[in-house]
Design a protein around this ligand. Structure first.
Ligand code: TPP
Ligand code: SF4
Ligand code: MG
Length: 343
């Protein structure tokens, strides 16, 4: 007879790893894949399932983390894994969580909390599958984590620009030319802020970067422990798409945070908490200039001074003018008041 606990929203209680020495040694994403050397998205997959442990089902939408991880007759996944269509990570997460619950309720499988994680790329998640993710984040009766791994392009089909591609970057859809230096002039979407601000039933949203591996795993553990629908956005340096030496992946992840371009924070029950080096920035540490990050990547090699200044100004604005710095983009009321009184 099935236990009743999982008919509610019982979750596995995954305590945070207190330091790197406490991280479990078992791997659930191992050899057998053919991602590029220095691929941070592959590292995210490895850390994500290390954090969740063996009683986990992973679903993944089309993209590098599907194609490069499923070479015929080989797989790096030790836990059950299933591919889902490019725009459907949200639907796959919700359907799987609901299916598990129904099977347990009917006594057709042992009743126990099983982690359901659906990953998606930035193309599949922030562009094509945004609606399905949004819908899933409204269903508080099902436990599922959606992890968006953001390599800032449709990488698998040869680096087309997505809504998450940074301003000015060279992609196969935005090659710089003599007539027009910058083809892509739209600012990147603010996915974590959008998910946190717009989904009152979602109790946990976080941003992560695998350069800070233990913290990253602990955010996954927190999301799964809290339960209901949750969302994590990871920024993943991609040597092929960003055009840099693979040995720089870790450093570029750090620089994205140290320059303030990608803030690290979690929103739990409506409370914003910055962490890691982002917390230090909020507490007064100077941000590194964005050029230190941008000029290490071939996709920005065509930038001239004016482009670097524009990029810096946009990041400054995010920190100095947003209602919740680097999280919620509305202008701060005090800034508005000051502007009005100056007139
Ligand atoms: C509906 C649909 N349109 C287009 C494709 C072709 N396609 C396969 S992977 C991919 C890129 C996905 O980009 P992203 O989600 O960012 O993942 P990444 O490849 O960057 O890991 C595309 C366009 C597809 N599989 N399905
Ligand atoms: S193209 Fe980028 S995301 Fe895809 S496997 Fe290579 S490094 Fe990883
Ligand atoms: Mg991508």
């Amino acid at each position: 007879m099935a236990e009743t606990t999982t008919f509610g929203n019982a979750t596995q209680i995954l305590e945070p790893f207190r330091g790197v020495k406490r991280v479990t040694i078992e791997e659930y994403f191992t050899s057998g894949h053919r991602t590029c050397q220095g691929c941070e998205s592959a590292l995210v997959m490895k850390l994500m399932v290390k954090a969740s442990g063996p009683r986990t089902i992973v679903l993944g939408s089309t993209g590098c983390m599907y194609v490069a991880n499923t070479t015929y007759y080989t797989t790096p996944w030790v836990v059950p894994w299933m591919h889902t269509q490019l725009g459907s990570s949200g639907s796959a997460a919700l359907g799987t969580a609901a299916g598990l619950k129904a099977l347990m309720r009917k006594g057709k499988m042992k009743s126990e909390p099983i982690n359901v994680i659906a990953f998606c790329g930035d193309g599949g998640g922030a562009d094509m599958g945004l609606g399905a993710i949004s819908a899933t984040l409204t269903h508080k009766e099902y436990n599922s984590l959606i992890l968006l791994y953001d390599n800032e392009s449709y990488a698998n089909t040869d680096i087309q620009l997505s809504g998450m591609t940074p301003y000015g970057a060279n992609t196969t859809f935005s090659p710089p030319g003599k007539v027009k230096r910058l083809i892509h002039t739209r600012w990147k979407k603010n996915m974590a802020g959008l998910m946190a601000a717009g989904h009152p039933e979602c109790r946990y949203v976080a941003t992560v970067c695998a350069s800070y591996a233990v913290e990253m795993m602990n955010k996954v553990r927190r999301a799964l422990t809290i339960g209901g629908p949750t969302f994590i956005h990871s920024l993943d340096p991609c040597p092929k798409g960003w055009d840099y030496d693979p040995m720089l992946s870790h450093e570029l992840g750090e620089l994205a945070i140290e320059t303030g371009i990608f803030p690290l924070y979690e929103v739990e029950d409506g409370q914003v908490k910055y962490y890691g080096k982002t917390k230090a920035i909020v507490e007064g540490r100077a941000r590194k200039p964005v050029r230190e990050y941008l000029l290490k990547q071939g996709r920005f090699a065509h930038f001239v001074e004016e482009d670097l200044e524009y990029f810096q100004a946009k990041v400054d604005e995010m920190w100095e003018k947003w209602e919740i710095p680097a999280v919620v983009p509305f202008r701060r009321l005090d800034a508005t008041k000051a502007a009005l009184s100056a007139k």
